[in-house]
Design a protein around this ligand. Sequence first.
Ligand SMILES: *[C@@H]1O[C@H](CO)[C@@H](O)[C@H](O)[C@H]1NC(C)=O
Ligand SMILES: [Cu+2]
Length: 225
Amino acid sequence: MLATAALLFAAALGVSGHYTFPRAGGGSDWQYVRRADNWQNNGFVGDVNSQQIRCFQSSHAPAQGVYNVSAGSSVTYYAAPNVYHPGPMQFYMARVPDGQDINSWRGDGAVWFKVYHEQPNFGSQLTWPNNGKSSFQVPIPRCIRSGYYLLRAEHIGLHVAQSSGGAQFYISCAQIGVTGGGSTDPPNKVAFPGAYRASDPGILININWPVPTSYQNPGPPVFSC
Ligand SMILES: *[C@@H]1O[C@H](CO)[C@@H](O)[C@H](O)[C@H]1NC(C)=O
Ligand SMILES: [Cu+2]
């Protein structure tokens, strides 16, 4: 009886485990962040070629508002409950074309540039600076143009990434307005899906044995001004 209860409990954890990225800047969950498909089950995206790899939405729905921030400052992006699988945090931005409505814009095409990613510390195992954290400071480049942007949060869980499709992508997209920016249009923009392949060395990787001595973040290099 006890064993059955323990098994049921473990099974329930399996369904409701993992994490989401429901909040950016302030406000409440899914206020400035487009509600992701995993909002109830905390699940992940496994297929880098799926539409969900962009904002974890299989059908488009806007956030409830726009969080405004000045260029050169940062936005706090929150995980719930916290990031606990090993792997990198990465953040991307995409500018809403002038004259288009951020609420209906979907981020199609090669419009995404990377503003942050992190490397592990190397040793007898890889350790990741994000591990256990529930908030992250995302730098908003000083020189990008003012306007509306999607800000995409991504954590890649690499604990079972040694087989193709094993990496777990935890994703959401916030709607932000950038004020006081410059005139730079960042290079190296990518599309989602399209930016990643299942065989990328930072996605198909055994982090356990032999313990890697380097790590190549998937996607383009980080843009900074
Ligand atoms: C952000 O700025 C836009 C445009 O000025 C405004 O409509 C919106 O209400 C602002 N959002 C917040 C949370 O203040
Ligand atoms: Cu998990």
